[in-house]
Design a binder for this molecule. Structure first.
Ligand code: DGL
Length: 283
């Protein structure tokens, strides 16, 4: 590939931070970033035209992630957050290889904090097939599980329900019951929400499983890691700036609009469509 055609990373503090996910899930991370770093301008791209990533081959997810990052670089971002566990497992390394000068913050299921938090010695992990089947996740278990029993549970259907904004309906209730029951029956007292879509189901999980179950996700930790990376690079925006928050999707902008109206503090946020050029299927 001709590197002359690669868009360049912005290197000034008031440039935006780019955030990607397969869809709406990354908004659970974006709200943590907004809370911790209120001066940062944010560009969010939901790849909802290609959701779910969870059952796609890793090569396809890598291509999608590269496409989204290239789009964001065209928006002059100074850093990228991969707000998706599945995309991190498949693509974090290739993104870092391709753009070595770009600060890239990625995320993975919170095995280490969950192992530290459990009292029963049993931890459950809810995540996508792609995440649970990845070498990266196997490495996490090997490094941190120790004597704690970690039970994994793929959750087909949950991401799709969240994408449709169906957080309160009976379908989600049935799916959660199916996925949580084996974990609770096995004695899990701590559940890792290993997909960024699942924090939107936190209340439902609480209703079903009660307050004794600890639910752990990594959105806040990712925001802190982003702050560290921006600090190290001298790229943190100053507090007197009132930042832009911009949204794009490769899917239905109406669906994203409805989701933002319910889950983002600026309900009138505009949603752009990522061009047809960017919508080509990979491969
Ligand atoms: N939100 C994503 C994650 O954190 C992926 C969901 C999907 O598209 O399957 O894993």
């Amino acid at each position: 590939m001709n590197t002359m055609t690669e868009p360049r990373t912005a290197t000034y503090p008031h440039a935006p931070v780019g955030v990607i996910d397969s869809g709406m899930g990354g908004l659970s991370v974006l709200r943590e970033i907004r809370a911790l770093l209120p001066a940062e301008a944010l560009c969010y791209v939901a790849d909802s035209g290609f959701v779910p990533y969870g059952s796609r081959p890793a090569t396809e997810i890598r291509n999608r992630a590269e496409t989204l990052v290239r789009f964001l670089l065209g928006q002059q971002v100074k850093a990228v957050v991969v707000a998706c566990n599945t995309a991190t497992a498949a693509a974090a390394r290739s993104l870092r290889d391709r753009w070595p000068g770009l600060p890239i913050v990625a995320m993975e299921p919170a095995v280490k904090p969950a192992v530290a938090a459990t009292r029963s010695g049993v931890v459950g992990v809810l995540a996508t097939e792609g995440t649970l089947g990845s070498a990266r996740f196997a490495g996490l278990l090997e490094q941190y599980a120790g004597r704690v029993e970690v039970i994994t549970q793929p959750c087909p259907g949950l991401v799709e329900a969240v994408e449709q904004g169906d957080l309160d309906g009976p379908l989600v209730g049935r799916l959660l019951e199916r996925y949580l029951t084996p974990l609770i029956d096995a004695g899990a007292d701590t559940i890792i929400l290993g997909c960024t879509h699942y924090p939107f189901l936190r209340e439902r999980i609480r209703e079903m499983a009660g307050a004794r179950l600890q639910l752990i996700d990594t959105g806040a930790a990712v925001a802190r890691q982003l702050r560290r990376r921006l600090d190290e690079a001298g790229l943190q925006a100053s507090v007197d700036v009132s930042p832009m928050h911009r949204f794009w999707t490769t899917g239905d902008p109406g669906a994203m609009h409805r989701f933002l109206a319910r889950h983002w503090p600026e309900p009138e946020a505009e949603v752009g469509i990522v061009d047809d050029d960017w919508r080509r299927r990979p491969g």
